[in-house]
Design a protein around this ligand. Structure first.
Ligand SMILES: [Zn+2]
Length: 278
């Protein structure tokens, strides 16, 4: 790859990347050729969309079926007051267009379901999970394991965040866990309240979504050590980061030695995301 592929405006826009040995014009070109599906344009999706667009990740797919509510604006910073009532995907696309015209945004105003996940993910290199529910989280994990698609996980709860990354590459020297290796099934419905019932510190998803975006940029550059096999726990109140090593589980229902899940149609992605009885 030659730096001649970056035009003068791009060399200017990305100059603080291009001057670094770890990135250079080749790395910037890799970012521009990258594509990421961001599932959720809310608290985690907002900073992820903003920084991936600013960094020049060339094609962003944004999935969300919600409209902007005023109570979102305390943390979902890709949307503004004038966007209340608009589809989140439209508001997010407008933000990206204003920030960086290099970026192609594809909006998907829909929910990710077992029926739609394959078509939604197929056009992208990477999935960034910025969803806010267990059904979507398990569905994305299972689909990305089965299709060997890299998946970048982040979740938030009140003052706490949780992060890890899955390249889902098979056959490496060191097997890596998937999300179900760590948490084989979702908690019982109703046992874990959502943001609307418990509240969430507004800046918390900013920190977590930025770390997810950092992992995606590193993955596209092929640089650094990802959070694979490591669960990062962030406590905003203590201002502490704790890292927990996580191992692949040979009994994992999707990536283990004798997996029960061979297709996302094998799972009821509601409630506890259990494997169907039939
Ligand atoms: Zn697994």
């Amino acid at each position: 790859m030659s730096d001649l592929r970056l035009d003068a405006t791009q060399l200017d826009r990305y100059s603080r990347h291009v001057i670094m040995d770890e990135i250079g014009p080749e790395g910037q070109q890799r970012l521009l050729e990258g594509s990421v599906l961001i599932v959720g344009a809310g608290g985690l999706g907002s900073p992820a969309i903003q920084y991936l667009a600013a960094a020049g990740v060339g094609r962003l797919g944004i999935v969300d079926d919600d409209v902007v509510e005023r109570s979102n604006l305390q943390r979902q910073i890709v949307h503004g007051d004038d966007d209340v009532g608009r589809p989140k995907v439209d508001s997010a696309a407008d933000y990206v267009a204003a920030l960086n015209p290099d970026i192609t945004v594809e909006t998907h105003e829909t929910r990710v379901t077992a029926d739609t996940v394959a078509d939604l993910v197929a056009d992208y290199d990477i999935v960034l999970d910025a969803s806010d529910n267990f059904a979507t989280r398990y569905l994305l994990n299972d689909h990305c394991v089965l299709t060997e698609t890299p998946l970048f996980h982040g979740a938030i709860y009140r003052f706490e965040g949780q992060l890890t990354s899955f390249t889902n590459e098979r056959g490496g020297d060191e097997p890596r866990p998937c999300y179900r290796c760590i948490f084989s099934e979702a908690p019982e419905p109703g046992t874990v309240p959502d943001c609307a019932t418990t509240g969430v510190l507004g800046v918390l998803p900013g920190t977590v979504g930025c770390i997810q975006a950092t992992e995606v940029v590193k993955y596209l550059l092929g640089k650094g050590d990802l959070l694979e096999g490591r669960l990062l726990l962030y406590d905003a109140m203590d201002m502490s980061f704790e890292e927990v090593p996580v191992q692949p589980n040979p009994a994992c229902p999707v990536c283990g030695d004798d997996p029960e899940i061979e297709s996302v149609s094998d799972v009821a992605y509601e409630g506890t995301c259990e494997i169907s009885a039939d």
